[in-house]
Design a protein around this ligand. Structure first.
Ligand code: PFF
Length: 520
């Protein structure tokens, strides 16, 4: 297809895109979701399905997305509908599968940004000293519930603060993308990523050097804390759920299977390396996840709360771990104000470098397929996303976040990834794909990946999808795990998601009709 390609934005440097992709990958998922998943799913044994998924799904998908993104960018397309269409021009429907690549990031953005705003608020509360005055679990918990507007109490009598910090976070996110790829995203990630590592390393060292606070209980020490997290329980490997959770974590943490990496890679030039850069981004993420993320919250909680309580703490959910347990621990240490700030600001930096990556596909779609200028595209996105963000803010305790996370951050990922590898290995054709991956490459992909990408990755994805369909499809659709009072909210959320999805389908149709007219 020959089109008059208008000049698209681009990355200024190789380091820039690596930092941006690593920034997208390293997020709340590394420091909260990962440790919670490991301790709930067999400790060190969880690492077996996790590493298998990394090798057979995560790394191949990263390469596939970098390659397809760069390829599509060459045709002026930065999002999945156009990229899929460039790969399989003869198929009229494939572009509609690509809608997931705009829909998924938007859906994650809606709740992710709100949670990210809590980390900014808590950074502020830590510095102001309020957090260090909350001395027990009960106080910390009611502070969180009051802040979230779930209850009125002595700390908060409205959602005002939460809303204020949401507004600040939202505006910050929008401002970054407003300045474009190199002027906004690249610039911010190049500063935020090293800073994030500084904060993470400070906390890592602080936890490693923790002494047992109560000398009458010498077993409550950091070694046993690591043991609690990492000692393998091999029985867990028999459960299909543990395998699903491990693959889910790989998708979520690497930001693959959702369209974000495709979009980032579409701003590369033809001869830019994707093999080494993609692998570098994966490695930085894994360092931040397994080494840093796995060494902070759970081992520290063990030292302070001991073997009996740690199990319930680990299962208390990601929010309680991050916003109740961790500040309680840091409060008991010297310099608690600064440590508290380091923890929440670390989460904020991790969060914002991820949420800006969730915005970019929608912006690229409006720019590339409707020829809108960046500023106009950003304004349209901001208005729509702002309205959608009200759902998690006002219906937080009605199960809305879980529902958005399920569709946007779990279910559609697997479908999208399956379509991607199928297109790459079977439609594009593995020999051509192999040449395409290696254009400008600074490293050769091990030959075995030619077979993994063609056969193993798709098979793995189909097995995961089938296992899910067999085990969970009906209960999920019928909302078996949702309390009757919340059902109406879940139905409302699903209905809204359907409307968003259909709107995007119509937009793709319009964009293609427009293009056809302008070509004839
Ligand atoms: N990878 C991010 C994390 O670990 O928190 C979350 C995320 C960002 C998922 C961007 C998907 C995505 F497209």
């Amino acid at each position: 297809m020959v089109r008059n390609l208008k000049k698209r934005d681009s990355w200024a440097s190789r380091l820039g895109i690596i930092m941006a992709v690593a920034g997208s990958a390293i997020g709340l998922g590394n420091f909260l979701r990962f440790p919670a998943k490991v301790s709930a799913n067999g400790g060190g044994a969880f690492m077996i399905p996790y590493l298998i998924s990394l090798l057979l799904l995560g790394i191949p998908l990263m390469w596939v997305e970098w390659t397809l993104g760069r390829y599509g960018g060459g045709f002026g397309h930065g999002t999945a509908p156009g990229i899929f269409h460039s790969v399989w021009e003869k198929n009229r429907f494939i572009k509609y599968f690509g809608v997931i690549g705009i829909f998924g990031p938007l859906v994650i953005f809606i709740y992710y940004t709100y949670i990210e705003s809590w980390t900014l608020a808590y950074s502020f509360f830590s510095l102001s000293g309020i957090i260090s005055r909350l001395s027990d679990q009960k106080a910390m918990q009611s502070f969180l519930s009051g802040f979230q507007g779930i209850e009125k109490n002595q700390y908060f009598n409205s959602l005002g603060y939460a809303y204020l910090f949401f507004l600040i976070t939202f505006i910050l996110n929008i401002s970054v993308v407003y300045f474009g790829i190199k002027g906004g995203i690249e610039r911010v990630c190049k500063i935020a990523m090293p800073l994030l590592f500084v904060f993470a390393i400070i906390l890592f060292i602080r936890v490693l050097t923790l002494r047992t606070p109560d000398i009458t209980r010498p077993t409550w020490n950091i070694y046993n804390g690591f043991g609690f997290l990492w000692n393998p329980d091999f029985k867990a490997l028999k459960s299909a759920k543990v395998w699903l959770e491990a693959t889910g974590q790989i998708f979520f943490t690497l930001s693959v299977g959702i369209g974000v990496i495709l979009t980032y890679a579409s701003y590369l030039s033809k001869g830019d390396d994707v093999v080494l850069s993609g692998l570098t981004a994966v490695s930085i993420n894994e360092l931040a996840e397994v080494i840093l993320g796995g060494s902070i919250i759970i081992p520290a909680a063990f030292v302070f709360f001991g073997p009996q309580q740690i199990q319930s703490i680990a299962n208390s959910g990601v929010f309680d771990l991050g916003f109740v347990t961790m500040p309680l621990i840091l409060n008991r240490l010297p310099l608690s104000t600064l440590l508290g700030f380091s923890w929440f600001f670390l989460l904020f930096l991790a969060g914002i470098t991820s949420s800006i990556s969730l915005i970019q596909p929608a912006i690229a779609f409006l720019e590339d397929e409707f020829d809108l200028g960046r500023r106009k595209a950003v304004v349209i996105f901001a208005i729509i996303a702002f309205l959608l963000c009200q759902f998690p803010i006002f219906f937080l305790n009605k199960g809305v976040v879980g529902e958005l996370d399920f569709w946007g951050g779990t279910f559609f990922l697997v479908i999208f990834a399956t379509v991607e590898v199928f297109l790459f290995g079977w439609v594009f054709g593995m020999d051509r794909a192999w040449d395409e991956i290696h254009k400008g490459a600074d490293m050769k992909v091990p030959l075995i990946y030619k077979y993994i990408i063609k056969y193993v990755t798709p098979l793995f994805l189909i097995i995961i999808l089938s296992a899910w369909l067999i085990q969970e499809w009906l209960p999920t659709i019928l909302m078996k795990n949702v309390s009757p009072a919340n059902r109406i909210y879940i139905i409302g959320t699903r209905f809204s998601l359907l409307i968003i999805f259909l709107t995007l389908v119509v937009m793709v149709k319009l964009a293609w009709r427009r293009r056809k007219l302008s070509q004839s």
